[in-house]
Design a protein around this ligand. Structure first.
Ligand code: AMP
Length: 366
């Protein structure tokens, strides 16, 4: 049996393991406490569910291992500064940015980027953590330790936030899912929606960009590119060299999930283009308990991570999927009263997204 070790043992590893079970592939999530004695390291392929790891002997051992796929790429992507430099060297449009070296940089930063900016840690920030929204009156709020360790980005007035998920194998073949629309709340993804007939212009552009990035890096596996659609076109926000929260809908809305696609590409198994069955919505369960009333919806799938429910923590997600738009809309509508009130607008947003695509012209509207 083929086996895969995943660095990190959170929900992404858990779902990779679940996808592996169906394919007869053993997936071993590991963290820094794991006992590696019972894991067949020499016969396994090593991948990662997170980009930034604490320094630790278990992790270091696996990180430099010859079987760790993409090990040459992680240092580039894990550092936002290096990632942006790499993207710009490939002539990819990113959100305008600057390095933050010291406090004297601020006047120049505001001149170049405008007065509303976001400071982001070069390493380890995710879900809006280690990010500060700054204007000229607030620079004193930036902790000293940020200087030299952060970048600054223009705060973009985007029309939509989208992501594209693609995969590449050893032979250089690539496949992609349709663009996913994403809605974040305080930096955390709350809800995603996908329709089969996405805007062909942005789809093609995003596929071309991600393809060039994966080819240039000689990357193998699933990669996610998060973007903003702005009046200036598609701007890359960031890359994730792995499966991604915005691709969770593929578990129920596509013939091959992103988790299976990742396993297939790193093991060099067949990599056909996933077929997308219809309209999908993914709702992140953030700090909320399971409500068994949800199960009255026949098109709803719960994916629960078996974590302690803590405020602000992702503990599971719901996938709703149907080829029939109005049935999906009815199901979404019935969820509004079963969710905390702060989800209402997000659920309405997803309903509007799946409703507005009636024909090709409509789909061009964003
Ligand atoms: P990140 O961790 O960089 O993906 O940021 C989390 C979320 O914050 C993004 O998905 C956006 O919703 C928002 N965000 C991040 N960077 C920017 C930016 N430069 N301009 C506007 N919103 C942003």
């Amino acid at each position: 049996m083929q086996s895969i070790i995943v660095l990190g043992n959170g929900q992404l590893s858990r779902m990779l393991r679940q996808a592996g079970e169906l394919l007869g592939i053993m997936v071993y999530p590991v963290n820094f406490n794991s006992d590696l004695n019972h894991i067949p390291i020499s016969n396994s392929v090593i991948i990662a569910e997170i980009e930034y790891w604490p320094k630790n002997s278990v992790i270091e051992n696996l990180r430099h291992h010859i079987s760790f796929i993409n090990r040459h790429i992680f240092p580039l992507i894990v550092d936002r500064l290096e990632q942006k430099k790499m993207l710009n060297s490939l002539k990819m449009s990113t959100v305008p940015w600057q390095a933050l070296s010291n406090r004297h940089d601020w006047p120049n930063i505001f001149d170049v980027l405008g007065e509303s900016v976001i400071v982001k840690s070069r390493f380890g920030g995710y879900d809006g953590h280690s990010q500060w929204h700054v204007n000229p009156q607030k620079t004193h709020e930036i902790p000293d330790l940020c200087y030299g360790k952060c970048i600054v980005e223009r705060k973009v007035n985007f029309i939509k936030e989208v992501s594209i998920i693609g995969a590449r194998n050893k032979e250089g073949e690539t496949v992609f899912y349709p663009l996913t629309n994403n809605l974040h709340e305080k930096g955390i993804l709350l809800i995603s929606s996908t329709v089969p007939q996405v805007n062909p212009f942005y789809q093609k552009q995003a596929e071309n960009m991600l393809k060039i990035i994966m080819q240039t890096l000689n990357y193998i596996g699933v990669m996610t590119m998060e973007c903003f659609i702005t009046s200036e076109g598609l701007l890359i926000n960031e890359l994730a060299p792995r499966v991604h929260n915005s691709g969770h809908w593929t578990q129920n809305g596509a013939s091959i999930s992103q988790f299976e696609l990742h396993l297939r590409s790193v093991l060099n198994l067949a990599l056909p283009s996933p077929i997308v069955f219809g309209y999908s919505v993914m709702i992140n369960l953030i700090g909320i308990l399971i409500n068994f009333e949800w199960f009255k919806q026949p098109i709803l799938h719960l994916h629960w991570y078996n974590k302690k429910v803590i405020k602000g923590r992702k503990v599971g997600h719901l996938n709703l999927h149907d080829y029939n738009q109005s049935r999906l809309k009815t199901a979404l509508n019935s969820l509004i009263s079963q969710f905390p009130v702060d989800y209402s607008n997000a659920i309405k947003w997803a309903t509007a997204n799946i409703s507005c695509i009636k024909n090709r012209e409509d789909s061009m509207q964003y």
